[in-house]
Design a protein around this ligand. Structure first.
Ligand code: MCA
Ligand code: AMP
Length: 501
């Protein structure tokens, strides 16, 4: 049996290859057959460039049907897909290329020159471009290739994708996801949310993280459904598109922005059977306002790059605001105490998970991987939660020092390391403060050497050249001292309180 995730997709795809898979904002339709044929040509092109089974293929490209086909091409060829956020700056990309050592790198034509030093340093064999329209050297290379390519044989544990997630130390870790991980989670979601061939998903999420790449695409691909495949989220475009959609997925910011549109009302949403939120906490006030205005409850679910989706509120039962529902099929969740044993309902503890969806460790970090699993094989999510008596899980905090801004994760350490090397900076602390649009916003607090000065705007502008835009602090405050507890540890809660306004 072939456990390649694409084999499962092909087995469940509509029989008629002319069936539509996606429609872009300019109204052009791409059938399942067209995307699959393109993925075959791309798989040939990647192989011709020297990629072999298990080689990484890294991509930092705009969201286009070609980019989706590139992901499928990697599955088809047995290559390991490594998607990169388009907001990453060259210094960040250099780390990923160096760490993952891909055989092939695909980038935007406009960033090719700026990435050249990183590409050389990582000694990448083949570099292609993919543009925001329908071209690029990768498409040129694929044009003359055959429309068919077998789906590479894969075991359930064989590596399919590496998703980098930032870490507490400031060093990103590559989460290794197997074909079995993708299949089990995709099927669980199709079942839980009852995706079917008549569904039309409004897909406005980026294509380089688990939410947009897996959760959204896999629900569609495994059910023969189709999607309105938009380059990015835009509340007005979303509002205008809802009349043609049956399901929408987004991070909480999408729903906050939709609710800010006066035209967003029951009539506008009447054709949509399901609104799904995840990647960050959905505020209870957003959940309630949405229900009051639209007459439907947003379905909130919870997941991680390391595991795909973990829990979900029910499609048919009661969706409870402030909770992320109960474990998805095939997925075990426990709330554990300091001794890694399950606590009873009502008690708060560490959320730990086990199941076919859980990843196979961090790329080339066996030590780190070991630390994140308990002795009895459960993965430590770093989230803190509590089950209620009915089995609904609420996430009440994070053991990890993490900020989630607009659905993107930011680890303060990474920003602090950048601030600490600036001239005149003695030390820094980065915290997340409440933000009406992004949920949380990144704010920095720095201590300067005697007599040193700091120009806030120039500091922020400098950081923009080193860090992805969503990681750049919205404000940089200068203080005489950082508040510390008796152990000498910086009191971040105090800083959040002080700068939260
Ligand atoms: C953009 N900006 C941000 C963010 N995004 N600032 C803080 N946090 C953000 N997330 C800033 C830019 O730096 C810029 O600042 C200004 O906003 C406008 O940039 P633009 O790109 O035009 O913004 P936007 O298009 O309005 O984007 C906001 C967004 C986007 C639509 C909320 O961030 C987004 O699509 N987020 C989704 C993230 C996501 O897919 N997460 C899933 C991760 P300036 O004007 O100063 O230059 S997967 C995951 O977490 C797990 C597995 C799960 O459970 O799903
Ligand atoms: P990532 O590292 O991008 O995979 O993000 C995973 C983290 O996002 C989780 O560990 C949670 O902290 C957070 N997360 C995802 N979904 C939710 C949710 N519905 N509510 C609260 N936090 C969430």
């Amino acid at each position: 049996m072939n456990h390649n995730f694409l084999d499962l997709v092909e087995a469940r795809m509509p029989r008629d290859p002319a069936s539509p898979l996606l429609e872009t904002e300019d109204g052009s339709t791409w059938s399942y057959g067209r995307v699959m044929a393109l993925s075959a040509r791309l798989a040939h092109a990647l192989a011709a460039a020297g990629a072999t089974r298990g080689d990484r293929v890294a991509a930092q490209v705009e969201k286009t049907p070609n980019a989706l086909a590139l992901y499928l091409a990697c599955l088809r060829g047995g290559f390991v897909y490594l998607p990169l956020n388009t907001a990453y700056q060259p210094a960040e990309v250099a780390y990923f290329l160096g760490d993952a050592a891909p055989a092939v790198f695909v980038c935007r034509p406009e960033s090719r020159d700026a990435l050249d030093p990183a590409i050389r340093e990582a000694r990448i064999r083949a570099v292609f471009t993919l543009d925001a329209a329908h071209g690029g050297t990768l498409i040129d290379a694929a044009d003359s290739q055959p429309d068919e390519h077998p789906v590479a044989q894969a075991g359930a544990d064989d590596l399919a994708v590496i998703i980098y997630t930032s870490g507490t130390t400031g060093r990103s870790k590559g989460a290794m996801l197997s074909h079995g991980n993708l299949s089990s989670n995709g099927l669980a979601l199709v079942e839980a949310w009852q995706f079917g061939a008549t569904d039309v998903l409004l897909h406005q999420l980026p294509l380089f993280h688990v939410h947009g790449l897996f959760v959204a695409n896999h629900c569609v691909l495994l059910s023969g459904a189709r999607m309105l495949f938009h380059r990015k989220f835009d509340a007005k475009v979303a509002l205008a598109s809802l009349a043609r959609a049956t399901v929408m997925m987004g991070v909480p910011t999408y729903y906050v922005r939709l609710l800010a549109e006066p035209g967003f009302d029951r009539a506008a949403a009447s054709g949509v059977r399901l609104f799904i939120s995840g990647s960050a906490p959905l505020l209870l006030e957003t959940f309630r306002e949405f229900e009051d205005r639209i007459g439907q409850r947003i379905l909130e679910r919870y997941g991680m790059s390391e595991s795909g989706m973990i829990t979900s509120n029910p499609l048919n039962g009661e969706r409870r605001g402030g909770t992320v529902g109960s474990p998805l099929p095939g997925n075990e969740v426990r709330v554990a105490g300091a001794d890694d044993r399950a606590l009873p309902a009502g008690e708060t503890g560490a959320i730990q998970i086990r199941g076919a969806n859980v990843f196979h460790g961090y790329w080339r970090m066996p030590e780190k991987t070991r630390e994140e699993f308990t002795a009895d094989g459960w993965f430590r999510t770093g989230d803190v939660g509590v089950f209620d008596a009915d089995g609904y899980l609420s996430i009440v905090g994070r053991a990890k020092d993490l900020i989630i801004s607009g659905g993107y994760n930011v680890y303060p350490k990474e920003i602090e390391l950048e601030l600490d090397v600036l001239p005149g900076v003695v030390e820094s602390a980065v915290v997340g403060v409440p933000h009406p649009d992004f949920g949380e916003a990144v704010v920095a607090v720095v201590v300067l050497a005697k007599g040193a000065m700091l120009d806030e705007a120039a500091t922020i502008a400098g950081l923009r050249t080193r860090l992805a835009n969503y990681k750049v602090p919205k404000r940089v405050h200068v203080v005489d001292d950082l508040p510390r507890n008796a152990m000498g540890k910086v009191q971040k809660a105090e800083l959040r309180k002080r700068y939260g306004g």
